[in-house]
Write a protein that binds this ligand. Structure first.
Ligand code: ADP
Ligand code: MG
Length: 323
C-alpha cells in the first residue's frame, strides 16, 4: 500500500544522498560503463541518473516500482551468493512514493524505449518513447508529499556536499566506470573510467594530491589489499579523506579505520589522518554486510587477523617510502 511504501521510504530514503546512492548502485548492477548524474536544487528539486546499462524490459518496467519486485534474487542460493549491490526491491518503490518519478529505459536490443511516470506512488503514464540504450531515472520534488521529512533536511550546501562525497567514493570504488556529476550545468566531477584507480583519485581528490600518494599493495593467502595512502606530510585533521572499499563496495568500518591509523601512527604522531583509498578483496563468505538498508556496516569473521594484515600493509608502505 501507499502508506507502507512511505514508511519503507523512511528507512531507505532519508535524504537526497540516499536516493542518489540507490540509483547509482542500480546503474552499476545493470552493468553500466557510463553514469551521468545531474543535480538541481541540491537534489530536492531534481536528481537525474542516466546510464548505459542493460535497461529494463518493457514488461518489467511497471513492476520495478512495486515493492519487492527485485530482479536480482531468484532463489535462496542467489541470496547467499549476493554480489549485486541491491537486493531488497525497496529502493524504487520507496522513491516513487515520495517524489515525482520518471523512468525512461531501453534494453540495447530493443528499437524503442518506454517511459513510466509515477507521482506519489500512482502510475500516471506508461508509453513508448525514443531513447538511447540504457536507463534514465529522474526524481523530482523529493518529499513533496511528506512535509515532515522535508523539514528534516539540512541546508542545501550540506545536502549537496553529501551527494558529491558519495559520488566521489562510488567512483573510486569503480574506476572502470566513467562518472559525470553536474550541478546543474556546472561539471563538478568527471572520471575517465579506464580502470586506473590513480586517474579516478586525480579527478576526485585533485591531481596534486594524487601525484603524492604512495601505492599500497600486499597479499596474504586469498586476501588482497591495494590502494593509495598519503605520506606523513600530507595529512588532515579529520577522517574526511578516507575511502574504504571491500570487493567493490564502499563501506564504513571503524576497525579498518583504526587499523590504518595503527599502521600509520607507528611512524608519525597521533591525531592526524592520512588521505587513503583502500581496496580490500576477500572471499565473500568471510564477512557479513547490510545490517541496515542505508548504512553499509560490515562484520568480518577473521577480524583480528585481517586488521593486523591491513595495519602491516600500511606500515610497510610508509617504511619503504621513508626508510
Ligand atoms: P533492487 O536493486 O533491490 O533489486 P530496486 O528497487 O532498487 O531494487 O530496483 C528494482 C528493479 O528495477 C531492479 O531489480 C532492476 O531489475 C530494475 N532497475 C532499477 N534501476 C535499473 C537500472 N538503472 N538499469 C536496469 N534495471 C534497473
Ligand atoms: Mg537497488
Amino acid at each position: 500500500t501507499q502508506a507502507s511504501n512511505q514508511i519503507a521510504a523512511g528507512e531507505v530514503v532519508e535524504r537526497p544522498v540516499s536516493v542518489v546512492k540507490e540509483l547509482i548502485e542500480n546503474a552499476l548492477d545493470a552493468g553500466s560503463t557510463q553514469i551521468e548524474i545531474t543535480i538541481e536544487g541540491s537534489g530536492i528539486e531534481r536528481i537525474r541518473v542516466q546510464d548505459n546499462g542493460q535497461g529494463i524490459p518493457a514488461e518489467e518496467l511497471p513492476l520495478a516500482v512495486l515493492r519487492h519486485a527485485t530482479s536480482k534474487i531468484r532463489s535462496i542460493d542467489d541470496l547467499m551468493q549476493l554480489q549485486t549491490l541491491g537486493f531488497r526491491g525497496e529502493a524504487l518503490p520507496s522513491i516513487a512514493s515520495v517524489s515525482r518519478l520518471e523512468i525512461i529505459s531501453r534494453p540495447p536490443a530493443e528499437i524503442s524505449g518506454r517511459v513510466l511516470r509515477v507521482e506519489g506512488g500512482d502510475q500516471l503514464e506508461f508509453d513508448h518513447i525514443g531513447s538511447p540504450p540504457g536507463t534514465t531515472i529522474t526524481v523530482d520534488d523529493l518529499f513533496y508529499n511528506t512535509p515532515a521529512r522535508r523539514k528534516f533536511l539540512k541546508s542545501k550546501n550540506t545536502e549537496f556536499g553529501q551527494i558529491s562525497d558519495v559520488i566521489g567514493r562510488l567512483s573510486l570504488a569503480r574506476p572502470d566506470v566513467s562518472f559525470i556529476l553536474k550541478h546543474p550545468k556546472v561539471l563538478v566531477l568527471q572520471t575517465p573510467g579506464r580502470g586506473l584507480l590513480l586517474e579516478s583519485i586525480g579527478a576526485v581528490l585533485g591531481q596534486a594530491t594524487a601525484r603524492r600518494l604512495l601505492p599500497i599493495s600486499c597479499v596474504s593467502g586469498d586476501w588482497q589489499l591495494k590502494g593509495y595512502i598519503s605520506p606523513p606530510d600530507l595529512v588532515r585533521s579529520t577522517k574526511q579523506g578516507e575511502t574504504l572499499i571491500v570487493n567493490q563496495r564502499i563501506i564504513r568500518s571503524n576497525s579498518i579505520s583504526r587499523a590504518i591509523l595503527e599502521g600509520y601512527h607507528t611512524l608519525i604522531p597521533a591525531k592526524v589522518y592520512p588521505i587513503v583509498v583502500l581496496n580490500l578483496q576477500i572471499p565473500p563468505h568471510e564477512y557479513d554486510v547490510n545490517v541496515h538498508p542505508t548504512k553499509m556496516e560490515i562484520r568480518f569473521h577473521k577480524e583480528k587477523e585481517l586488521m593486523e594484515f591491513i595495519a602491516e600493509g600500511v606500515r610497510r608502505t610508509l617504511l619503504e617510502a621513508h626508510p
